[in-house]
Design a protein around this ligand. Structure first.
Ligand SMILES: [Zn+2]
Length: 653
């Protein structure tokens, strides 16, 4: 087990806004930060991050918790591995022995093995490029000829794969990785597909290639892209790692982990086609650049970029393939509500060759002078000089309308329709009809499921959490809620909010609650929250501080704590005014809240006992037994009445 001291240390040196900020651009909003939630298709910033409390919370999809929850969700890691992930990042040493494999789920172990293999391969390839004979004599001179200097090799950790067919396989096995792990990492592949993952049936995926590690947004290696430099071979020029447990091509962008801060700063990103373009531009000082590895630009990639900027400028070769690729990407980007510009380079140039030949200032000038929005681009490509050809004009208008229909923002749609109308001299209302027709088509095509999802997320009012809960105490749904554990949840929320406040002189709220539960032998009523209550109780019994920080940092309760503690920040203006009185009342009346909550839980407990007693009565055989059951029933009823009197409300059973 990883020691609590290490976990606390990570909490202390890994501020939540910094950890989350690695993945999403956060903007200050009062004492907190806001950003686009990475866990759902967020249209406007729904995620709030509270530096003072150390929590994040999405008010749309309800994801929330502390830094570890964020890493677990985002990196798909188990709790111990999320701890290790942040420990590594902040240079805190965790002894291997503390990482108990038995605590991890099977897929987490497999993933960890894959990540370890990839990291090993990255270092191995890098060393080979820099230290081996062929690296020094052939490959580094080649890179340098292509204009790639040592600094770029170091920044991108460019490497060289082995020349023999099982070079990495042998090295990997020698270093303690299994054949299966290397296979799962996509570093080796089967010679004969029908046979198993056996050493004799495996060979390296990358042979005699310059390899570019592909990182996820936080800088973990997911796979490699390999480029061959030999010309006397049938092997493809470029080769990518296959999809694996950790590598899904449609979700990643090459260079993002290195460029994200520059993208944020510039509030703009250049999207290019290849690794070499990214490396070359970066080296020349144009650092806000990424490449989509893969042919199509996906919705996921658009969403990923959107977390850092809304302004995308695509840089493409001016050849036919480049033009077609740019057209294909545009719709996806527009759909994601991104502002898209396209720059086409002269036919025989790509961004890499252009910047190398002409330098960075000419590059920047070219980009500025040749940036086109999609309307200009499509018009130029489809219509060209034939501005008066009615057929061509109609085709052009149709293609533009199809792209406009993809834009979610109605104001932007209107502006683009207006621009198209004056550019092509076609009446606006005709364009509007055309756009609407495409929108209708899109809607038909769109998966029914996603539509339902969207509808739900739009209709459901935000969970206003505790404020509502308190409100409900005036007319409590009490025992008729759909959640049978409602009472425990309310008590737990009260505990999180007020644990260390004074209940009576010298007695904290937490002490009072646990004493009451103990005295009435109510423990634990429900499995669902028993662990959280138990951890809190232990904390108290060990004479340690029990406050909201404890619940935030405790793995089991952090999500609920984030939920309860971020309620206040989420209220929109109107709600804030309406609910302010409740929030205030909540703060002032916490003692009453504690008493009420305990009463509700006691009531539930009594009801359970009454039910059990009635069951007993049914099977009672002797007069004496019956009398006992009846007596118990009367006592319970009396206890029940006392509590309902105290609550001052009639509670129907
Ligand atoms: Zn969300």
């Amino acid at each position: 087990m990883i020691s609590p001291a290490i976990i606390d240390k990570i909490f202390d040196i890994a501020p939540i806004e910094e950890v989350v900020g690695e993945y999403v651009t956060l903007k200050r909003a009062g004492a907190n930060y806001k950003g686009l939630c990475p866990f759902h298709d967020d249209k406007s910033p729904s995620m709030s991050v509270s530096p003072s409390k150390g929590i994040f919370k999405c008010f749309s999809c309800q994801q929330g918790g502390n830094v570890f929850q964020f890493i677990m969700e985002h990196e798909g890691l188990s709790y111990p591995l999320a701890i290790k992930f942040l420990a590594d990042k902040y240079n805190i040493l965790i002894e291997e022995s503390q990482l108990d494999v038995s605590e991890m789920k099977e897929d987490a172990i497999a993933k960890e093995g894959v990540f370890a293999c990839l990291e090993f391969a990255k270092n191995h390839f890098y060393e080979r490029l820099n230290e081996s004979q062929d690296g020094k004599v052939i490959y580094k001179p080649y890179l340098s000829e292509r204009g790639i200097n040592q600094q770029s090799i170091d920044t991108f950790y460019i490497g060289l794969s082995g020349t023999e067919k099982t070079h990495l396989l042998q090295e990997g096995l020698k270093n303690g990785y299994t054949a299966l792990q290397l296979f799962d990492a996509g570093l080796v592949k089967k010679i004969n597909e029908d046979q198993g993952v056996l050493e004799s049936n495996l060979r390296d995926t990358f042979i005699e290639r310059i390899v570019f590690p592909i990182y996820n947004v936080s800088g973990k290696v997911l796979g490699f892209g390999g480029r061959i430099i030999k010309t006397d071979t049938k092997a493809p020029k470029y080769l990518n790692s296959p999809e694996t447990l950790v590598y899904e091509k449609r979700k990643e962008l090459y260079g993002l982990s290195i460029s994200k801060n520059e993208i944020r700063k510039a509030d703009q990103v250049f999207l290019v086609e290849g690794y070499m373009d990214v490396v070359s531009l970066n080296q020349s000082g144009v650092e806000n650049v990424v490449a989509a590895s893969g042919t199509a630009f996906t919705e996921e990639q658009a969403r990923l970029l959107k977390r850092f900027t809304h302004n995308i400028t695509m840089l493409f070769d001016g050849d036919i393939a480049g033009v077609n690729a740019s057209l294909k990407h545009i719709k996806t980007l527009l759909e994601a509500d991104l502002n898209v510009k396209v720059v086409l380079f002269p036919a025989d140039e790509d961004p890499d060759s252009f910047i190398q030949k002409r330098g960075v200032s000419e590059f920047r000038n070219y980009v500025i002078n040749n940036s086109k929005n999609f309307i200009e681009l499509i018009t130029e490509l489809k219509l060209g000089e034939q501005r008066h050809d009615p057929i061509k004009k109609a085709e052009t208008a149709r293609t533009i309308a199809e792209n406009i229909a993809a834009i979610p923002d109605p104001l932007k749609r209107a502006a683009f329709i207006n621009e198209t109308s004056s550019m092509l001299e076609i009446p606006e209302r005709i364009l509007v009809d055309e756009v609407n027709r495409f929108k209708l088509d899109n809607r038909k095509v769109k998966d029914r499921e996603t539509r339902r999802e969207n509808a739900v997320s739009n209709l459901v009012p935000p969970d206003i959490g505790y404020a509502t809960s308190f409100n409900e105490f005036d007319a409590p749904p009490a025992l008729q809620t759909d959640s049978t554990n409602y009472q425990e949840l309310q008590l737990l929320k009260t505990l999180i909010l007020h644990a260390d406040k004074e209940f009576e002189e010298g007695v904290s709220v937490a002490h009072y609650i646990f004493k009451e539960l103990h005295d009435d032998e109510i423990w634990p009523i429900t499995q669902e929250y028993a662990d959280m209550f138990m951890d809190a109780k232990n904390q108290l019994e060990e004479h340690k501080v029990l406050n909201e920080l404890f619940f935030i940092r405790n793995h089991k309760s952090s999500k609920l704590a984030a939920d309860v503690l971020s309620t206040k920040h989420q209220l929109s203006k109107g709600w804030e005014e309406n609910y302010e009185k409740f929030i205030k009342t909540d703060e002032d009346n916490y003692k009453q809240l504690v008493v009420d909550n305990l009463n509700y839980i006691k009531l539930k407990h009594i009801d359970i006992l009454m039910l059990e007693n009635q069951e007993g009565l049914k099977t009672a055989e002797t007069e004496e037994d019956i009398a006992i059951y009846q007596n118990v029933h009367a006592n319970l009823q009396e206890a029940r009445k006392k509590i309902t009197d105290q609550l001052g409300t009639v509670i129907l059973k």
